[in-house]
Design a protein around this ligand. Structure first.
Ligand code: MSP
Length: 535
């Protein structure tokens, strides 16, 4: 008998892939870096809860003059310096603010260096790279070539000089023989891409800025530096007298970490990234140079690049070099990681700049977290303990007031999901908070403590407390991506009979009545203990 074998089709299902920028290790992290990490982690956790395979990548950008100079300034070599900072500061940051990343890439790892060289060689072989000479300005702080128009007048010590608009320091003059990437060839392709993919660059204001920048004309990009000047970087594969320009090296982390040049299956299962979140200062690298590099290598651009705003101090971007950086520990030691995550995601519209203030953080911690959410959870659990020995009772018939709570839970779930799809975590939290507010006013108007005094109202009391605990169940699931620790404690008390919190799908918040009567609640300590004013 003739038997035809079906061809084997390898089906690779695409996971949700989100990336942070990789951070310079010239110093320890401040809350600006942590802000980006938290936003990406919230997006990843939300998508995971939607039932999607999710991959969050973060890491460190270790080459270049800026890191080298800092290392030498600290009487050490760049390798020892970056090893120390990554181990003592950058990896611990992820624990401090509860980041659940799937990988952490360092640009000094062989897996990255080898793949960068493969990428460069391909572009060189395909005639996208040529040798030329570069003359112009360079800002070591930005690790960026600057046009005269990018500079501003300096102040104080630098009065009378032109300085970098971000670092407020004079730029350096370069005159080198470099290799160039034919970026100018991609002007039309990029503009077509922006037009055909209107949400490729977000928010809209950032998109407009990038489109007009590209329309004004692109020059070819110097992608190497001469070793005569410094050699802390990846060798250009065909010319050992040059190293790779740090940005060309760094941008490639997004694909070298997921198998470019070594694991095609993994690459296909993740690339193109669904969203690449960056600070607005580095949007052009990600929305212009990066997609052009990918196009040259016959790879798809990411689906979206989102440029978020800055945390400001005194109206300027917070930065360690200007000594305005606040360490994330300073906040988490007092308020905890959940409050850190909540505060930055809620108080600053994602995409806009925002100023951090201790007063605002403390006020929101007490009113929104301790009194709004924490107290709701504590008193609900306390009443089930007091009136029913902690056991969830079967509800009676649901009234309009009860149904309103379940409707708000379902609406909040859908609207928060839409907000996350638009990379608006502040809006998602605001939608979820409609349920916190509703439950608080539900308890106030239903007055379970009054019902408890009248045995004839026992069924109504059971229904009110059932509704309140069901509402808390939904809040635990919806707020888990933002506040994994507090919601985990709440879940241990009310929801563990349903399985692990991380396994609860978001859709479970559109279904009412999942908690089974007869289940006994566990103890619940205050989710957000009061913080002494002197702190
Ligand atoms: N190494 C480059 C990125 C390479 S990505 C291929 C770099 N590093 S950085 O350490 O200077 O900053 C990286 C990111 O940190 C910014 O894009 C931004 O997301 C975050 N932030 C740094 N300072 C910040 C604020 N003051 N406010 C908000 N985010 C800030 O650029």
């Amino acid at each position: 008998m003739h038997c035809r074998l079906k061809p084997k089709i390898s089906t690779v299902s695409k996971s949700f892939y989100v990336t942070t920028p990789i951070f310079y290790v010239n110093d320890a992290p401040h809350i600006g870096h942590a802000y980006t990490e938290v936003a990406c982690d919230v997006l990843a956790r939300w998508h995971r809860q939607r039932g999607e395979e999710t991959f969050l990548l973060t890491g460190t950008d270790e080459h270049g003059e800026k890191v080298l100079r800092t290392a030498l300034g600290n009487q050490t070599d760049p390798k020892s310096w970056t090893d120390k900072l990554v181990t003592e500061s950058w990896l611990p940051l992820l624990k401090t603010i509860d980041i659940d990343n799937q990988d952490f890439i360092r640009t000094t790892e062989p897996r990255h260096e080898v793949a960068v060289q493969k990428f460069l060689q391909k572009l060189f072989d395909d005639d996208y790279i040529y040798q030329g000479s570069f003359e112009g300005n360079y800002c070591v702080g930005c690790e960026e070539y600057k046009n005269d128009g990018d500079l501003i007048d300096g102040a104080d010590t630098f009065a009378g000089q032109r300085v970098c608009a971000i670092h407020s320091k004079p730029v350096e003059q370069l005159n080198e023989t470099n290799y160039f990437f034919k970026l100018s060839q991609f002007q039309e392709k990029l503009l077509d891409h922006y037009e055909q993919n209107p949400t490729f660059i977000q928010p809209a204001s950032a998109r407009n800025e990038v489109v007009s920048f590209v329309k004004s004309g692109l020059s070819d990009l110097s992608i190497s530096r001469s070793k005569e000047r410094f050699d802390w970087g990846i060798d250009i594969p065909w010319d050992s007298e040059h190293i790779t320009y740090v940005w060309f090296d760094a941008l490639l982390n997004y694909i070298t970490a997921i198998g470019y040049g070594s694991d095609e299956e993994k690459l296909k299962s993740l690339w193109p990234a669904d969203v690449q979140v960056v600070g607005k200062d580095i949007l052009r690298f990600h929305a212009v140079i990066w997609p052009a590099m990918l196009m040259a290598a016959e790879l798809e651009p990411p689906r979206q690049v989102f440029g978020h705003g800055w945390l400001l101090v005194g109206g300027e971007k917070m930065s360690k070099s200007k000594l305005t950086g606040i360490s994330p520990n300073q906040i988490t030691d007092i308020f905890g990681s959940d409050a850190f995550r909540y505060y930055f995601m809620k108080a600053i519209g994602f995409g806009s700049d925002g100023s951090f203030s201790w007063e605002d953080l403390s006020a929101r911690y007490h009113s929104e977290l301790a009194n709004g959410f924490g107290n709701l959870a504590s008193r609900t659990v306390a009443m089930v303990n007091r009136y029913y020995d902690g056991v969830i009772q079967a509800p009676g018939e649901f009234t309009d007031a009860d149904k309103r709570v379940s409707n708000i839970a379902a609406t909040a779930t859908r609207e928060a999901d839409l907000a996350i799809a638009q990379i608006a975590p502040h809006e998602a939290i605001a939608k979820i908070w409609t349920l916190v507010d509703e439950l608080n006013s539900y308890i106030t108007t239903q007055e379970p403590w009054v019902l408890a005094k009248d045995p004839a109202k026992n069924e109504r009391l059971s229904t009110v407390l059932y509704t309140a605990v069901e509402g808390l169940r939904c809040l635990a699931v919806l707020l888990y991506p933002v506040m994994p620790k507090a919601t985990g404690r709440l879940w241990d008390s009310i929801g563990s009979s349903l399985g692990a919190l991380a396994d609860q799908p978001l859709s479970s918040c559109e279904t009412w009545g999942l908690l089974q009567p007869g289940v006994k609640l566990g103890e619940l300590e205050a989710l957000f203990p009061r913080v002494e004013e002197s702190a």
